[in-house]
Design a protein around this ligand. Sequence first.
Ligand SMILES: *Cc1c(COP(=O)(O)O)cnc(C)c1O
Length: 588
Amino acid sequence: MSDYHSKNQEQKAQSVIAYFTMEVGIDPKMPTYSGGLGILAGDTLRAAADLGAPMIGMTLLHRKGYFRQHLDSNGNQSESPSEWSPQELLEPVEPRAAVTVEGRTVEIRAWRYAVQGINGHVVPVYFLDTSLPENSDWDRELTDHLYGRDDHYRLCQEVVLGMGGIAMLRALGCKEMQSYHMNEGHSALLTLALLEEYTRKSGSPTPTEVEKEAVRQHCVFTTHTPVPAGHDRFSLGLARQVLGEERVNTLTSADCCVGGMLNMTHLALSLSRYINGVAMRHGQISRDMYPSYPINSITNGVHAGTWAAVSFQRLYDSYIPEWRRDHHYLRYAITIPLDEIRQAHAEAKRNLLAEVERRAGIHLDPTAMTLGFARRASTYKRADLLLSEPDRLKRIVRQVGPLQIIYGGKAHPRDEGGKDLIRRVLRAAAAVRDLVHIVYLEDYDMALGHYLCAGVDLWVNTPQKPQEASGTSGMKAALNGVPSLSVLDGWWIEGHLEGVTGWSIGDSWRTASVSAVEAASLYDKLEYLILPTFYRRPDAFAEIMRYAIAVNGSFFNAQRMVAQYVKNAYLHPASEADPIFRTGQRQD
Ligand SMILES: *Cc1c(COP(=O)(O)O)cnc(C)c1O
């Protein structure tokens, strides 16, 4: 315990940014994430540790994980719990906290994971856990399932994350944080906990504009969803049941109840001093959705040390040894001989194909051009666009050269549209089976993402514009010299240089998506540009691989992203004065 206390002292002195997230992809052995949002959180914490940023992470334990995906031969998805052993991977900490849920006291403990940066700096991440004998059976399960069960369960979880997270910070001895960063709206109730603290401190009977401004000066909010339906909302009746009348009145006074619903995005918008979307375009879309708030953009990035395949890590270590400390140096990949890039890629491809064989028992051809498509099975991602014209696809293969496609991705258990998409992909795959080998791998996760993004020859992305907030898997691919063929949306608007870092599907990000037009563009590029380059001009293809690393790997990485959060969000000058004395209005 003395060891714990010294760590705690150290932290008290150091931590100034608290990063709150519902999900986090911190360790491939911990199923505490569902997809891009959680992976981004993990990459943020890893990059913060590299940069020596005084950050501390807060999340829920998710003892039963997200879920394991099983697919039958028709592509019907079923799910099973993804159990894991927190005691094997995390260190329990002593302090306890509590929150009030439906008038009951729910006791919370925490488990610590130390994210260690390249120079040894540690960013501690706390996983909140309600599985304690003092709690009722129902409350004990509150930190079991990520995005599981119903709205009632979810709102109670958000109380534990937001309000319980603040209580746990205090129990750990972290008093005045400079910034509380909400990674999406799930943790927005932390603003309510802060508002109550400031109101108690000032002695005001109810929160006034002074206390709200004090909260605002400390909060940073990153929104990730470009469609209003994707935002977290709860009925006011449910909110009253879970939070009580008084707290709901406080929330109502913070402009966060829209259309008779408690809206977590509005709560976070209303009580943050710095707000951002996750790519240039996503910032614009968010400003259109919420015109009364100042919304900036910080484009996402991926943690290079985590997502580079072993063969590329070796290559970078020998040509640009500074890259681990400072990902910007990946720009110098322009000096790496093309042959060595090809060899590193061939190794990553062999490893992927061996993994496909291990998981699915299917042997793929290492010399055939291999396309990758793996992401949440959500209808807007249009996983079936690539297979929408089977005859055209077959003709391309007959005329230009072989093609094989590896798919992966889970549908949320309640997303019938997403589940149907998987079935459609498998049906379409059957229709081209004689000419195009297509594999849909079960249970897409960090480990599989590692193999896939590095081992395919081309990364394909077909979101319906403008619904891809950022996308990060194409960044992982670029880091491994894998070019993208993608609709111009999210990060690709910024990362795309035609024929240099990859290819676009369609030619403008400003126009709405029309599936038939985009499918035609996708097939044209494959037939006339990409496959001919791959099969007949290998040096030209390797040049594109090298530019993907040098141009995109050097920018779309998490160290650059965290540095931008430090410069634009965390060190905002308005946060320097003691907030309780600041009564100025937000600058819109
Ligand atoms: C990177 C990653 C994602 C996010 O990818 P997108 O391009 O945003 O869809 C999702 N799931 C896993 C397992 C990943 O590794």
